[in-house]
Design a protein around this ligand. Structure first.
Ligand code: PGA
Length: 256
């Protein structure tokens, strides 16, 4: 049985004061509860220290939204995986579609980042997913296969525990249009099959694959309850404690 992970991706929202308040809201609602899975919040870099005071793994874990593809040196504006580990992070998100699109990040960069994340003792959440035109032209599986095969076989330390995948159909991100259960299960099962081909059946059986894209309290239980969906990567709905915890409640119910 794979433990669920519900991860909040705060994106470019929540400075230190607001971030701390949000984390306090979430951990307040979860206090005293024994969860069957893992809960993670990923604030902007500058808010990590403030949120770290609240999110100390009991039960809320701390993660970052990005890291440098270099270990250190003359790279102005960058933050390394090592620094994130020191700041109290356990996870780092890599290859989010917004970074693929706006920062033009490439497979080579994802490989470098994930290797550095693993070297720092952290877990990577590797995002992938097709855009609407690719789905409409019947190429969704082909695109997802290329995204997974372009990165996973090249990683030095990857295993089922230090890496989480996140299938995020780009047309569902921030649009309110969630993937149907049929699409989500089909794409997750297909991704797991690609994963088995690349890293072997055992890794594929144990590695968690999250769903991301307009996940909310009303659909979390159904989505996370699908056989190959092991949690959610949550954008908009992670910014309000009640909504985020509503999704965690859905995951708890789905875990059975
Ligand atoms: P959303 O974002 O939940 O706002 O659709 C998900 C994500 O981008 O990770």
């Amino acid at each position: 049985m794979r433990r669920y992970l519900v991860a909040g991706n705060w994106k470019l929202n929540m400075g230190p004061a607001a971030g701390r308040e949000l984390a306090e809201g979430v951990s307040g609602l979860l206090r005293g509860r024994e969860l069957k899975g893992d809960v993670l919040v990923c604030p902007p870099y500058v808010s990590l220290p403030a949120v770290a005071e609240v999110a100390q793994g009991d039960p809320v874990l701390l993660g970052a939204q990005n890291c440098a593809d270099q270990a250190g040196g003359a790279y102005t504006g960058e933050v390394s995986a090592e620094m994130l580990a020191e700041a109290g992070c356990q996870y780092v998100i890599v290859a989010h579609s917004e970074r693929r699109e706006y920062q033009k990040e490439t497979d080579d960069m994802f490989v470098a980042k994930i290797d550095l994340i693993h070297k720092a003792g952290l877990k990577a959440i590797f995002c992938f997913g097709e855009v609407i035109g690719e789905r409409k032209s019947g190429r969704a599986q082909e695109v997802v296969k290329a995204q997974l095969e372009g990165v996973l076989p090249r990683l030095e330390f990857v295993n089922a525990y230090n890496t989480v995948l996140a299938y995020e159909p780009v047309w569902a991100i921030g649009t309110g249009e969630t993937a149907t259960s049929e699409i989500a299960q089909e794409m997750h099962a297909y991704s797991r099959q690609v994963l088995a081909g690349v890293l072997g059946q055992e890794v594929a059986d144990y590695m968690r694959i999250l769903y991301g894209g307009s996940c909310k309290p009303g659909n979390a239980r159904e989505l996370i309850g699908l056989p190959d969906v092991d949690g959610g990567l949550i954008g908009g709905a992670s910014l309000k404690p009640a909504d985020f915890v509503g999704i965690i409640d859905g995951a708890e119910a789905a875990q059975g």
